[in-house]
Design a binder for this molecule. Structure first.
Ligand SMILES: Nc1ncnc2c1ncn2[C@@H]1O[C@H](COP(=O)(O)OP(=O)(O)OP(=O)(O)O)[C@@H](O)[C@H]1O
Length: 555
């Protein structure tokens, strides 16, 4: 507007007005340069703080508040988590772009009003710009769909990449010489995802190009019209300059609106999984009032006709299983690989719910107990134990967060896991940072297992103490020392809370002292009794025990 006024006033010989208008034009130009730069800085600051401080912890809290672990088997859940991985910044930045789009729209509207002051015939250009935007958004939606649809291939590619680059797995890959094959599979998974994503992006570019061409043609026609108006004296020289200036600004504005709309729409790719996840968690969070866990166990834990099948599979891994774990007892579970031992432990810790039958804790259905309250009375060391690369004291303290800083508790837990010698060898003792990734000390498999055992020994009053293959990565002297300590600990816990200690093991030497031994086979209990009773029975347990005993003797 100022530019048009400068030209028209100058041509009319009004130099003072022309100077004043030139000043206005300079101010407007300065604002145009400063505004976007300030906005960019502000958007980065806001996106960073919202993403890191609020969104990522929120997504983690979502995931942590699902009652069971069944969701980890659902591919639609995993697809969304894959899309959301590292996406919080993009999501926040994208949402900021929605504000940008609104302002870009207002700017477009203003430009069109300016054109309207030259001739109302130019106004339909706004419709042309709208159509161009709509075509662009249509293309972007296709890209978003392709990203969600190919999330599984993408996940496979990431998984294969991680396998090939992590120290633990790359050793096996190196020795087996399958690096090339894994790279080929990784490439195939990546290609599959990339082909669909690229096709969607090319289609999207086509829609964008088509829309922009259509708009450019309309604008060229408008410009011809203004020139003809000027030729017949119905428009001034200032009008022609205004139309040309707006032409350039309009082109930039439409392009910027398209880009911003693209970013905002891309945020939609992350908004959908985020909202889906939020709804999923709301549906699967524990609802209603549940019963507290008992203070002490008096009767014990009973499985009554329990059947369980993993989600998405057909065959039950536990099939109509019934048994009683007496309060205060040490129960060993043995059986062949894949016979359902760990699955049983997962049901006990409420990671899954049975399809049929009931698990009772002192007569109360486990599903009626408050999940968090029950888990807070469980201690467990799993065979696929976590390797938490933080300070040694912290990795142990995670087992009982309220007492993570209590030196006495930590020391007892370390002693229970026979890890005192390990701590003495660490350069900074309990304060040693673990993991080479963070400049700390890397532990061996057995040493990591000891940290898991120590973590599981932190709680002083569990009702259920689970040791799933507790000594699989340990040498014979450590195994002996640890089992001796855990037997003592089991008796102490039994006296304190009536706790049941469950030991899952393939090593029969580790379980001979148990009060009850359950022998599993194909998801059912084949035999049950004490070591002496089962040997006298001369069945499966006696066979397996005999094989192991002969192997030890031969060694
Ligand atoms: N998350 C899962 N989804 C589907 N099937 C599973 C899952 N976890 C285990 N299974 C299957 O359930 C069966 C029982 O597995 P489980 O881990 O309970 O056996 P296990 O007796 O503990 O075996 P191991 O001695 O090898 O540890 C196996 O056939 C296994 O393939």
């Amino acid at each position: 507007l100022s530019t048009r006024a400068v030209i028209d006033q100058a041509l009319a010989g009004h130099s003072t007005e022309a100077m004043a208008m030139a000043g206005c034009a300079a101010l407007a130009a300065a604002a145009t340069v400063l505004g976007p730069s300030l906005e960019t800085h502000l958007s980065v600051i806001v996106a960073d703080s919202v993403a890191q401080l609020h969104l990522e912890p929120r997504i983690q809290r979502f995931l942590a508040s699902v009652e069971t672990l069944e969701h980890l088997e659902h591919s639609d859940f995993l697809d969304r988590v894959t899309v959301l991985d590292h996406a919080s910044w993009k999501l926040t930045h994208g949402l900021w772009s929605v504000i940008d789009v609104v302002f870009a729209g207002l700017r477009l509207l203003l430009l069109m009003l300016l054109l309207g002051t030259v001739s109302p015939v130019l106004l339909p250009l706004l419709v042309a710009a709208g159509v161009a935007l709509a075509l662009d958004q249509h293309g972007q939606r296709g890209v978003a769909r392709a990203e969600t649809d190919t999330a599984e291939s993408f996940r496979l590619q990431r998984h294969l990449f991680t396998l090939a680059t992590q120290a633990a797995t790359s050793k096996e890959i190196w020795v087996a010489g399958v690096g090339g094959e894994l790279a080929r599979r990784q490439r195939a998974a990546w290609d599959e995802a990339l082909v669909r994503r690229t096709a969607a992006r090319l289609r999207s570019a086509g829609w964008r190009l088509g829309g922009w061409l259509m708009f450019s043609l309309c604008f060229a026609a408008g410009l011809v019209l203004v020139l003809r108006l000027a030729a017949t004296g119905q428009a001034s020289a200032g009008d022609v300059v205004l139309t040309l200036t707006v032409a350039v600004a309009l082109r930039d504005s439409v392009q910027s609106a398209l880009v911003r709309a693209g970013v905002a729409l891309n945020a939609g790719t992350y908004v959908e999984p985020y909202l889906w996840l939020r709804d999923y968690v709301a549906r699967h969070r524990q609802t209603g009032q549940r019963l507290p866990a008992p203070a002490v166990l008096r009767d014990g834990i009973a499985f009554e006709g329990v059947t369980f099948t993993y989600p998405g599979t057909a065959r039950p891994v536990l099939d109509d299983v019934s048994f009683h774990l007496a309060a205060g007892s040490v129960v060993a579970i043995v059986g062949e690989f894949g016979s359902g031992k760990t699955s049983l432990v997962k049901l006990l810790t409420k990671f899954y719910t049975p399809d049929a039958g009931t698990i009772r804790v002192d007569g109360t259905d486990l599903s009626d107990l408050d999940t968090e309250a029950w888990r807070s009375r469980c201690s467990a060391a799993f065979q696929d134990f976590g390797r938490f690369r933080i300070r040694f004291a912290e990795t142990v303290g995670l087992g009982d967060l309220p007492h993570a800083d209590t030196a006495g508790r930590l020391a007892d837990a370390v002693a229970a896991a026979d890890a005192d010698g390990l701590v003495r060898r660490l350069p900074n003792g309990m304060d040693t940072q673990l993991g080479r990734l963070f400049g700390g000390v890397e532990l061996s498999g057995g040493q990591w297992q000891k940290t898991a055992l120590a973590r599981a020994s932190m709680r002083q009053g569990p009702l259920l103490f689970v040791l799933d293959e507790p000594t699989a990565s340990l040498d014979a002297p450590s195994e002996g020392a640890i089992l001796e300590r855990y037997m003592v600990r089991a008796r102490e816990l039994a006296a304190r809370t009536g706790a049941v200690t469950v030991i899952v093991s393939h090593r029969f030497s580790t379980i001979a002292g148990a009060d009850q031994i359950l022998v599993f086979g194909a998801g059912r209990i084949m035999e049950a009794g004490t070591h002496a009773e089962l040997l006298a029975l001369g069945g499966r347990y006696a066979d397996l025990y005999g094989i192991q005993a002969r192997a030890y003797t031969a060694n």
